[in-house]
Write a protein that binds this ligand. Structure first.
Ligand code: IPT
Length: 974
């Protein structure tokens, strides 16, 4: 057999070869009139390019083969390469997939141009048609098109062979922090055009209504025919005129040949409705290419958004406004398919983002599926569109390596060519974590020349010196910068560019502490404009526990509320038997793998709320926090929450207040009179009508202010039966399965583990405290118990004074922490109840999980949830289910028996079915065995969560100081 030239070329180890036979990228969308080649293909896995196994099976296209049980499984590494070969080489063992199918080419395509489009293939694609080599393409996240007109016969059948090579020189610049997959991950299609066709269409639409459309016209069969022209119609009626001055200059221009036709259409739309993320107004544009006789040779449809983006001084402006960027990083991800996503999947992502206050997306770290940008245009998002370049493990070598120069420019320029007409795209990004070198400057040069209408960013260029104006980044876009550093830069007098963090607030596990502090700084510091949370998804792959395989498409519906169905789990790094992996670091999103929002989402929703309340000196203000909209699209209700248990509601009249302005309104209820009358006023804001992302009545935010501060009257001691303690001084009580003891530890969160706190706690022995009773003193009906806990950081002395009070017991506690124990997880009490107490009602913050440094989004109220629903099923079990600012709670059984606890001061409380050590011992949620009773923690102090798994730890105000801590609680059994 003759050697295949595409194999003989060894393109998988030639970074200079970015493509061969591939057509230029363009923005003419052919998806609608195409012949879909999605579905079942013949498939063969071979151990290396050029090898053959002879064993054919079937595979679904699109779909990563790593998710389809063909013998090559997903592997997760953060930035280290999964193998040791140095760029541009790759391992000899190199899984290669051969996809084959035949296609009937419609007879009516005779004489027309026939194009094959492969949506995405990773990492190298070789195309053969009827045995002929047709082309090569790289870049796993952009489509490749090949002209098949000369190799297929209309009316006949053609055999398509797509060979996909997993590892290559390109893998070194696709080293993103995500699962390694392989295969054809986006749709494959065939389309046809007349030989005379639109090669590309570029739309520029300004907020003042000016519209300019530049068309490139090509003829597949040679020079352009005489007399062609283009027309355009906006929304079916407003016609665009061909710019005759442009034509005249073109005609006179010696540089213009008969092979590339160019035409410009123009119009100005009067009273245009501008596009913003808040008001995503789109206009339909149809561009037609005509032959001399007027007949239509080609048509292209576009949705146009009229908007301006510019940087003025150190502000990024959209339509002249300094908008806040409330962003999130998004990967193409799905727990059943790896990264093949449908338009419905993406719409669901964006709907969740919208409902939780996000207005911006960074397409980390590659151009996302093209439908994503259609949806972003439609639903309203500002997008940082990022090129598929991350050379993390070999960043420094590659950034200046001329062998990779073409790949950098290719990836960036093709992204720009594909996405340039989307109003949602406001910033281009050169990629991620690839150091900074000449290859970046080359790519930046291409973009600046081709699309001067948008700013450009690259974290790596701006990272060393935030004030350096010469580098290839118009924005300072650091990752995980501490709040103080951002503020200091803005105040330094040296800031010349907008500061928008490309990644911040790492959402791994129970995280996103200090998000509200970030935003307090951003909103109060000119020069700071926001950032993109890392990240949207927890990339857990649904896995069958029995055989360790991905569930794949058969897993539809096998999860609910963030939890995998019995017999399944969310796999993370290492779960597919990989030895080189980075564990649970892939589970670092604000939604679970099934898109269930984590509690941190509610924190973000409130911080990003379009409406805010303040109350000071008797004045209640309603603030419109939007940049472009009034409050007309919202409706609201007032709720007055009183400490005594009452809640009153009344419809709210939202004032007519302009964007970024405020209006005073009357407090809709009589103010509480007594100082004990702690009372909270909540505005429950919902959508007044149907929005594209939320049906009418969807909750948008719950701003709350405190009207009256309260004090809790101390319960009066009464003479009653003495408190009963055993010989160890441990409280004996029929409702308790385990007595109240001191707790200084929590099941380490991912932040605690990676940030090093958990190791210190283990060194100190806080995870297994040994109690030694040193004194039990009875005084009247009360008893004082003194215990000591020896730790690696000195002895902790703990006292409990237990006194009978009306209907129960008051427990006054104190714990003295030696100076060495300067950063513990919590100081408080833990006890366990008997079984059957399944419902928690509490007065405090909620209803969702909250922690001291993540409590801005949980309003004070009277809440009630089943104990099982209190727990948040983080992929790797950890501290979970806490509620902040709890004043009192009741745990009860269906027959209303149970207990109540009144807390001396608002405290962090949790009631779960798991001891901290149960959580710490489990690697996956499905390993947890619920205990029959509740494990209850009442914390006088609880450490903030921070984001130390990647980025800053919590701030010092959320750390627990050594010294004496005191707390009091009253236990009653009604
Ligand atoms: C940063 C990466 O850009 C992102 O892909 C992800 O890995 C994130 O960190 C952590 O989850 S890079 C890091 C070295 C700051």
């Amino acid at each position: 057999m003759r050697r295949d030239p595409l194999i003989a070329l060894r393109p998988w180890e030639s970074p200079e070869v970015t493509s061969w036979g591939r057509m230029p990228m363009n923005a003419v969308d052919r998806r609608n009139d195409a012949l879909s080649l999605d579905g079942s293909w013949h498939f063969q896995m071979v151990p290396a390019p050029g090898a053959s196994s002879g064993e054919w099976t079937r595979i679904e296209v699109p779909g990563a083969w790593t998710m389809q049980d063909v013998g090559d499984l997903p592997q997760y590494t953060n930035f280290r390469m999964p193998w040791g070969e140095f760029p541009p080489t790759s391992p000899t063992a190199n899984p290669t997939g051969v996809y084959e199918r035949s296609v009937d080419i419609p007879a009516e395509w005779a004489g027309r141009r026939i194009v094959l489009q492969v949506g995405a293939a990773e990492s190298v694609l070789l195309v053969h048609v009827n045995g002929h080599p047709v082309g090569i393409s790289k870049d796993s996240h952009l489509a490749a098109e090949f002209d098949l007109s000369d190799v297929v016969r209309p009316g006949g059948s053609a055999t398509l062979r797509l060979t996909v090579i997993k590892w290559s020189d390109a893998s070194h610049i696709e080293d993103q922090d995500q699962w390694w997959h392989a295969g054809i991950t986006r749709s494959v299609l065939l389309y046809t055009t007349d030989a005379l066709h639109l090669g590309d269409v570029t739309v520029r639409a300004r907020r003042d209504g000016r519209l300019r459309v530049d068309c490139q016209v090509r003829n597949a069969s040679g020079a352009l025919p005489e007399g062609w022209y283009v027309t355009g119609a906006l929304e079916g009626h407003q016609l665009l005129a061909q710019d005759t001055e442009f034509d005249r200059l073109n005609a006179e221009d010696m540089r213009v040949s008969d092979f590339l036709g160019e035409a410009r259409l123009r119009t100005t739309v009067r009273d245009v409705r501008p596009w913003t993320a808040e008001t995503p107004e789109l206009y339909e544009l149809t561009v037609r290419l005509h032959r001399a006789d007027g007949s239509v040779a080609d048509t292209s449809h576009h949705r146009v958004g009229f908007r301006d983006v510019e940087i003025r001084g150190r502000d990024l402006l959209v339509n002249g406004e300094r908008v806040f960027i409330r962003g999130v990083n998004r990967h193409d991800f799905h727990p059943l398919t790896g990264r093949t996503v449908t338009a419905e999947d993406m719409r669901a992502d964006l709907v969740v983002m919208k409902r939780f206050g996000f207005n911006a997306i960074r397409t980390a770290h590659y151009p996302n599926d093209p439908a994503l940008l259609d949806l972003a245009d439609e639903l309203g998002f500002y997008v940082v569109d990022e090129a598929n370049i991350e050379s993390h493990d070999h960043a420094h070598e590659i950034a200046d390596d001329p062998r990779y120069l073409a790949a950098f420019v290719d990836r960036v320029s093709r992204m720009v060519l594909r996405d340039k007409n989307h109003p949602s795209v406001i910033i281009w990004s050169l990629g991620n974590e690839s150091d900074y070198g000449a290859n970046h400057d080359a790519a930046a040069g291409w973009v600046r020349r081709h699309d001067p209408s948008r700013p450009l960013q690259y974290e790596g260029a701006a990272k060393l010196d935030w004030s350096d104006e010469t580098v290839a980044s118009d924005i300072v876009c650091p990752m995980y910068a501490p709040i103080e550093d951002c503020v200091a830069h803005a105040l330094s007098g040296k800031q010349t560019k907008p500061l928008i963090q490309c990644e911040y607030s790492h959402a791994m596990g129970n995280s996103n502490g200090t998000l509200a502090d970030h935003w307090a700084a951003i909103e109060s510091t000119p020069g700071l404009q926001g950032g993109f949370i890392w990240e949207f998804w927890d990339h857990g792959i649904l896995q069958r526990v029995n055989d360790g395989r991905p569930a794949g498409r058969a897993g539809v519906g096998l999860y609910d509320n963030g939890v995998a169905a019995p017999g399944h789990r969310w796999a993370y790094g290492g779960d597919f038997g990989e030895t080189i992996h980075d564990g649970a670091f892939i589970a670092d999103g604000v939604v679970f793998p099934d898109r269930t929002p984590k509690p941190a989402m509610y924190e973000h929703r409130e911080i990003a709320a379009p409406v805010r309340l303040t109350y000071a000196q008797g004045v209640l203000l309603v603030h419109n926090r939007q940049h472009f909209r009034t409050l007309e699209w919202l409706t609201a209700e007032w709720h007055l929450v009183r400490a005594d248990g009452g809640t009153e509601s009344t419809p709210a009249e939202l004032p007519d207040v302009l964007p970024c302005e405020s209006a005073a309104v009357h407090v809709p209820f009589p103010l509480p009179e007594s100082p004990e009358g702690e009372a909270w006023l909540t505005l429950r804001v919902t959508t007044a009508g149907d929005e594209a992302w939320a049906p009418r009545g969807t909750e948008v935010c719950l701003p709350q202010v405190r009207l009256g501060a309260g004090t809790t009257a101390a319960p009066v001691p009464v003479a009653g039966p003495p408190a009963e303690v055993d010989e160890e001084g441990l409280l004996v009580h029929p409702i308790l399965a385990a007595p109240p003891v001191l707790s200084l530890w929590r099941a380490p969160t991912d932040n605690d583990e990676i940030g090093g706190m958990a190791a210190r706690w283990r060194d100190w022995g806080l995870d297994a405290l040994v109690r030694k009773v040193v004194d039990v003193r009875r005084e009247g009906a009360g008893v004082t118990v003194v215990a000591e806990y020896a730790t690696g950081g000195g002895t902790v002395r703990h006292e409990q004074l237990i006194t009978p009070v009306a209907g129960g017991l008051r427990i006054e506690e104190s714990a003295e922490l030696p100076d060495t124990l300067d950063d513990v997880a919590r100081v408080g009490t833990v006890f366990e109840t008997v079984g059957g107490l399944d419902v928690l009602e509490w007065y405090g913050q909620g209803p969702w999980e909250s922690y001291p440094d993540r409590s801005a989004g949980a309003p004070v109220g009277h809440h009630s949830l089943a104990v099982d629903e209190l727990f948040t099923p983080y992929l790797r079990p950890q501290e979970s289910g806490g509620r902040h600012g709890v004043r009192r709670f009741a745990l009860s059984a269906p027959d209303a028996t149970g207990l109540t606890v009144e807390l001396g001061a608002p405290s962090q409380v949790s009631a779960t079915r798991h001891r901290a050590e149960d959580l710490a011992a489990a690697a996956h949620h499905d390993e947890l065995v619920p205990r029959p009773g509740c494990v209850v923690h009442l914390d006088a102090a609880h450490r903030g969560l921070g984001t130390a798994s990647c980025g800053p730890d919590t701030s010092s105000q959320y750390l627990i100081a050594p010294g004496i801590h005191r707390w009091t609680w009253t236990l009653r059994v009604p």
